[in-house]
Structure formats: structure tokens, C-alpha cells
Design a protein around this ligand. Structure first.
Ligand code: ADP
Ligand code: MG
Length: 686
């Protein structure tokens, strides 16, 4: 067993009780301890003479104890130790509250370093509760850059730092060197020992920077290798090329002309599929409403013209049905045979639909996860389209791929994804960006309002409905039983109040996550059909839903949502010819949240919003909880370290090209790290 697996309590100076506190910080072993990098640093390098001290500054002073410290018990629970210290220029008092033990360690005639904030009076400087250490021991907490660790009760910075120092000494040469030497040399990365020593106890700022660079690189590198490794296990086959299709009938059938960006995406897709060196693996990225569906339709049409089948996988039943109806309108007149396959069908309907798929009668099937199920088989599956990609993992895409012979794969993102994140999430995909909205789209006017505006907003809602429009009201999901200190109300209660008190004469319906799929569908369909004026909902309506008559989106407690989520919600309106609005109730989120939302009101550009969201919340939250498919990072930041991410990805690709299974001796430590990361993120990494 590696010394790195040593239990934290066995490290000198830790023990059972402190060990338990460390465990609260997620630190169980020596490895965890060394990986718990400081969250900040305190630069204590400035040492001043006493006569140079400025009131209020924080620095080190080197001084000799002039007389034995005096302990005074002020009252029960408060004692003060005072001690006069001198250097060759002047005299200073150091004072400690409730630290009587300090007195015993201050020896008259011996010199110490004191680090603290300068107080006292002019000519009589004082430091209260300074950090101190003897001058004749190596600098640990003064005269240098000192780490600041995450804390919890029962620990102190000193205890943690000492444990880390012990730990570094303990593991000698066994520090995990995961980077193969050629990689380290090629990218000029510091050695492990140097990196770990300097990330905890930096010798100087340059060394800290070198250490950080190496460790960030390393973290990205291991992640990239892990993702690439997973993907390579899924196998690569040559793709079947399709004949270049005659797309004219398709274009003629469209009720509009494609935008230049859409045309470009279609060309890239056709290029992939007609070249056929390997199966297409392409991500179509575009802002909400940029028209991704029709691009997917073009791809499906091309494959079907070539005599093969296409499958279109949507994340929810509602979306599957919507796509089925809009794609039927477009493609059925062109002679394409479409079918719908969702969990909502009866057993018999399912069997029949599956039989039509197997025989090849169905050319384009639209469905949910139901498409992945065992009993679904195709005659000749040529293309898979996954809409709103992040809800499907690589695993699921692969499961569907296995139903064909290396089919082409097209995935469509639900939200614009920042470049960095796309890079790592979809490192295996080519990307088409639709960076243009169809002409004539109006911008959606977005307002941030407080409680005082509530009555006016209710009147505004009524006005829209009276003009024949429909309205979404979205609330964060809250259980009825939950305590709701900051004015959050359960959706159900709120919907009841709206329908009984505020809009008794209007048709109000409710959808939330707890409804059965069938009930959810019915409510959504009623809204889509215009039989409901106001739809109160949790974020179940977040993705995709298309109701062109809806022109007002009201979001309660908007501070509770991420910006990308708000952008998705806003994208539910403005899909028809009507001037559209989005109103955000600011909630109790405070000034930082308000600032974020104000920025959101100012732009309709989903890519900008995504970058901002990533910067503010990190990738874990980016798609809502647990959906990013990325593990939490220890030191690297997807937002701040883009350049290193790219470098690490390149390095990972080079290495895996050379040793795809990581079988070489010198790659063994890396393989171990990859395995560990896979283990740790079973289920999260997709
Ligand atoms: P998203 O990219 O959000 O999935 P959709 O594919 O749902 O967007 O398209 C949004 C709306 O825009 C649909 O009603 C679609 O018919 C329409 N649309 C798509 N492309 C064009 C275009 N080139 N010109 C006009 N309208 C378009
Ligand atoms: Mg869509």
C-alpha cells in the first residue's frame, strides 16, 4: 500500500480528534491532505524595524524579549499576557488574549518574529495576538508566503500547515508523479516534489506560479486522458458514406429560406456523411431559437434519400411529440414515413411501432430514451440525432449507436456552451455553430423587478391575455412542506392563489416535476393548443417547448436560477410574430445576484451569457446540478485556465495516440489516476 493511503489520524500532530475534523473537510488520507491546496496565501515576507512601523499596517517584526511576560487575569474568562520586546531601534508591546501558554514560550533575551497588525499609540507600538516564532528556527509562519487553508472547527491554520509539512516529509519520493517525463519536459512543467512543496509553502511568487501551472495542467491532463480513454473504449469504425443527396425538394418544401449559418451547418453535415472516412460525430451549437431542428431535418432527409433510417432522440416526451408533429408537417409531404416511439405508448402501440422500425417501413423515428431500450431494433440505422445533448451521456449515445452499423451521429446542444466547456465535454465532436437568428426575430425585452411591481405585472399579464396571448410563470421548484423563509412559495400554493384570487376569470394550469408524464403532457398540450392562458410551471418547460402564441415569460425568484437557465426560459417566448417580454422578479438574492440579472437583461446573446455563467458559477452548476458531466476540479478552473486546458488536451491526445490503452510501463501511474477518476465519478462522468 502506498504511504499516500495513510489515514489522516496517523500523521504526527493529528490524532483521533483532529482526524475527525480533517474528515469533515473531506481529508481522509495523506493523499487527500496533500491535495487540499491552500485557498489563498498570506504574504508575510516584509520584515520591518520597530521604528519604521506604520499604524494599521500588517508585517513582521524581529525583536528580542526584554522582560518576562506578565499575565493579568482581567475577569473570569479573560486573561491578558503582555510582553515588552525590543530591537535595535525601539520598543514594542505584544499582547495575547487568553493565550497564557504563550507567556511560557517567550524567553527573555531570545529573539522572535512577530507577525500582526500594528496598533497602539505613536511612539508605543503594539501587536495584539501576533503570529510568532523563534528567530533561530526555519521560517514557517513568518518571513515567508504562508498558505491559507479551508478551515473547520477543531483545526487551526497552524495545525493544518504542520500536518501538511509532516505529510510532505513522510512521503519522500512517493509523491504521485502522474505526468510521464516526456510530457513534463515537452511542456516545461515543474517536478512533482517541487510542485507540491511550493503550492503549500511557496518559496517565492515565481515558484508558486510554476507549481500552480504544473498542477493545473496535471488536473486537466488526467481529466482529458480519462475522457479520451472512455471514448476510445467505445470503439471507432469506418462510417458508411451516403451518396450526395439532391436536397432541392427539401429546400423547396421549407416555408422559409435557411439562414447562412444554417446552410453552413447543413453543408458541414453533408460533408461528413458523404466523405464517410469515419462516422460523423458532430455537435450543432446554436442559441435558443436559431433553428437547429430544421438542420437536423435536413440531415435526416439526406440519409433517408440514401435508403437508410434516422432516429431523433429528444429528452422529454413533450419535446418528442413536438418534434414529431413539426417534422411530420415538413417531411411527410416529401414522402418520408415518420413514427413516434415514447414511453407513453401502450404496449401494443409500442410493439407495432417497433415492428415498423425493424422492417424498415419507418424511415424517421422520433422518440425519447425509449429508443435505447433492448427491444428496439432497426433495419438499417444510418443517423442518430440527439437533441438537447447534455441530457444524454456518451454512454447513451453509444447504446443507440450500437443499434446500427457505425451510424452517423449529430448532437444538438440545448444551450450555447462556452468554448472551453465544449472543448472538454465534446472533445470528440466536430462543432458547427449557428451564430445567427432567423430574420425578423424581435429582441425580447427583459425587465428586472422587485415586489413593489407585483400588482403592475399582474395587470400586464392580464393585458397580454386579453390581447389573445399566453403567459408562462416559472417558479423554482419548492415542496409544499419545505420551510420557506425568504418568501419562496410552493408552486402549487402559488398556482392556487393565482387561479383563485388573482386571475379567477382566466384559465390557469400547473405543471411541475412531480406530475406523472401523462398529466404533464396533457397540461402542456392544453397550453400549446391555446386552451390555457397562464401556465404556472417549474423548469420542466425549460428545454425546447415551442408555443408561438406565448409572448410573456415571468420568472419568480429569478435569483435562484443560473443565467443560462434563465436564457433557456426566456427562449420559450418570442417564437412567434408577437412582441415578447421576459419579467424577472428579483427575489432575495442580494446585490451580487441583482447585478448578474441586470447583465442578463442587457443581452440576448446566449454565448455571452454562457461565458458569464461559467465564470460566475463554474461548470458543475452550468447545466443545473450534476448535469455538466464533469467532475469538480481541485485547482484548475474551466473559466480561468483556458490556455492550459487546450495545452493539456493536446498533450493528452498525443499521448493516447501513442499508447491508447495506457499500457506502457512509464504510463502506469497515469493509468492509475485515470482509473481512480473513473471510479470516483462513476455515474457523473458521462
Ligand atoms: P432551436 O434552435 O431553439 O431548437 P427551433 O429549431 O425550434 O430552434 O426553431 C425555432 C423557430 O424558428 C421554429 O418555429 C422554426 O420553424 C423557425 N425557423 C427556423 N429556421 C428558420 C429560418 N431560417 N427562417 C425563419 N424561421 C425559421
Ligand atoms: Mg430545439
Amino acid at each position: 500500500m502506498s504511504v499516500l493511503e495513510t489515514g489522516i489520524q496517523y500523521i504526527k500532530g493529528v490524532g483521533e480528534a483532529r482526524g475527525a475534523s480533517f474528515e469533515k473537510l473531506g481529508i481522509f488520507t495523506l493523499r487527500d491532505l496533500l491535495m487540499a491546496f491552500p485557498r489563498a496565501y498570506d504574504d508575510r515576507r516584509t520584515v520591518k524595524r520597530i521604528d519604521q512601523l506604520q499604524f494599521g499596517e500588517t508585517c513582521c517584526v524581529c525583536a528580542t524579549v526584554a522582560a518576562p511576560p506578565k499575565l493579568a487575569r482581567v475577569r473570569r474568562g479573560l486573561d491578558i499576557t503582555r510582553c515588552a520586546v525590543v530591537d535595535e531601534t525601539a520598543r514594542m508591546t505584544v499582547t495575547f488574549f487568553n493565550q497564557s501558554y504563550v507567556g511560557r514560550s517567550l524567553v527573555p533575551g531570545r529573539s522572535y518574529l512577530f507577525y500582526g497588525r500594528v496598533g497602539g499609540r505613536i511612539g508605543a507600538p503594539e501587536m495584539q495576538n501576533p503570529v510568532m516564532e523563534a528567530e533561530d528556527v526555519p521560517p514557517s509562519f513568518t518571513r515567508r508566503i504562508v498558505p491559507v487553508y479551508r478551515m473547520t472547527a477543531g483545526l487551526s491554520q497552524r495545525v493544518i500547515a504542520n500536518a501538511v509539512r509532516q505529510g510532505l516529509a513522510l512521503c519522500g519520493d512517493e509523491l504521485p508523479e502522474q505526468l510521464p517525463q516526456p510530457v513534463r519536459e515537452r511542456y516545461r512543467l515543474a517536478q512533482t516534489r517541487f510542485a507540491y512543496e511550493n503550492i503549500h509553502f511557496p518559496r517565492d511568487t515565481e515558484s508558486l506560479e510554476l507549481a500552480r501551472r504544473r498542477l493545473i495542467f496535471e488536473e486537466f491532463f488526467v481529466l482529458s486522458c480519462t475522457l479520451a480513454f472512455m471514448r476510445s473504449r467505445q470503439g471507432e469504425k469506418a462510417g458508411k458514406r451516403i451518396a450526395f443527396p439532391d436536397m432541392d425538394p427539401f429546400y423547396r418544401a421549407l416555408p422559409f429560406a435557411l439562414t447562412a449559418a444554417q446552410r453552413r451547418a447543413v453543408e458541414e453535415i453533408l460533408g461528413d456523411m458523404t466523405r464517410g472516412e469515419r462516422p460523423m460525430s458532430r455537435l450543432v451549437q446554436g442559441d435558443v431559437g436559431s433553428g437547429k431542428t430544421v438542420v437536423a431535418a435536413a440531415a435526416a432527409y439526406a440519409v433517408i434519400r440514401d435508403g437508410r433510417q434516422a432516429a431523433f432522440m429528444a429528452p422529454t416526451e413533450i419535446l418528442a411529440e413536438q418534434h414529431f408533429s413539426s417534422l411530420s408537417k415538413l417531411l411527410a409531404p416529401l414522402g418520408v414515413r415518420l413514427d413516434l416511439l415514447t414511453g407513453g405508448l401502450t404496449a401494443r402501440q409500442k410493439r407495432e411501432a417497433q415492428a415498423r422500425l425493424r422492417s424498415g417501413e419507418t424511415q424517421l423515428v422520433i422518440g425519447t430514451h425509449a429508443l435505447i431500450s433492448e427491444s428496439v431494433a432497426f433495419d438499417d440505422l444510418g443517423l442518430i440525432i440527439a437533441d438537447e445533448q447534455h441530457r444524454f451521456g456518451v454512454q447513451q449515445r453509444a447504446a443507440l449507436s450500437d443499434k446500427g452499423d457505425a451510424p452517423h451521429v449529430l448532437v444538438m446542444s440545448a444551450t450555447p456552451i462556452p468554448r472551453t466547456l465544449a472543448l472538454i465535454l465534446y472533445g470528440d465532436l466536430d462543432v458547427s455553430v449557428i451564430d445567427e437568428l432567423p430574420p425578423g426575430r424581435q429582441t425580447i425585452d427583459t425587465f428586472l423587478v422587485g415586489e413593489s411591481m407585483r400588482e403592475r405585472i399582474y395587470r400586464f399579464i392580464r393585458k397580454q391575455v386579453e390581447a389573445g396571448r399566453q403567459v408562462f410563470i416559472v417558479c423554482p421548484a419548492v415542496e409544499e412542506t419545505e420551510e420557506t423563509p425568504d418568501g419562496l412559495r410552493s408552486v402549487k400554493e402559488y398556482a392556487r392563489e393565482l387561479s383563485e384570487k388573482v386571475f379567477p376569470d382566466l384559465r390557469v394550469a400547473l405543471v411541475h416535476g412531480k406530475l406523472r408524464p401523462k398529466e404533464k403532457n396533457e397540461a402542456m398540450e392544453a397550453f400549446a393548443a391555446g386552451d390555457v392562458d397562464i401556465l404556472v410551471a417549474t423548469t420542466v418547460i425549460e428545454v425546447g417547448v415551442d408555443v408561438p402564441n406565448a409572448n410573456l415569460m415571468v420568472v419568480e425568484n429569478a435569483d435562484r436560477f443560473g443565467l443560462s437557465q434563465l436564457h433557456q426560459l426566456r427562449g420559450r417566448v418570442g417564437r412567434g410574430e408577437f412582441k415578447s417580454y421576459c419579467v424577472l422578479f428579483e427575489g432575495a438574492g442580494g446585490e451580487a445576484a441583482r447585478e448578474r440579472m441586470r447583465a442578463f437583461c442587457r443581452t440576448n446573446d446566449g454565448f455571452k451569457i454562457a461565458e458569464e455563467d461559467l465564470r460566475l458559477r463554474g461548470p458543475g452548476d452550468f447545466f443545473g446540478s450534476r448535469q455538466s458531466g464533469l467532475p469538480d476540479m481541485n485547482i484548475a478552473s474551466f473559466a480561468a485556465d483556458v490556455e492550459l486546458l487546450k495545452t493539456a488536451q493536446t498533450a493528452a491526445r498525443e499521448l493516447l495516440d501513442d499508447d491508447p490503452e495506457l499500457k506502457r510501463e512509464d504510463n502506469a501511474p497515469l493509468r492509475e489516476s485515470v482509473t481512480r477518476l473513473l471510479e470516483k465519478n462513476r455515474g457523473t462522468l458521462n
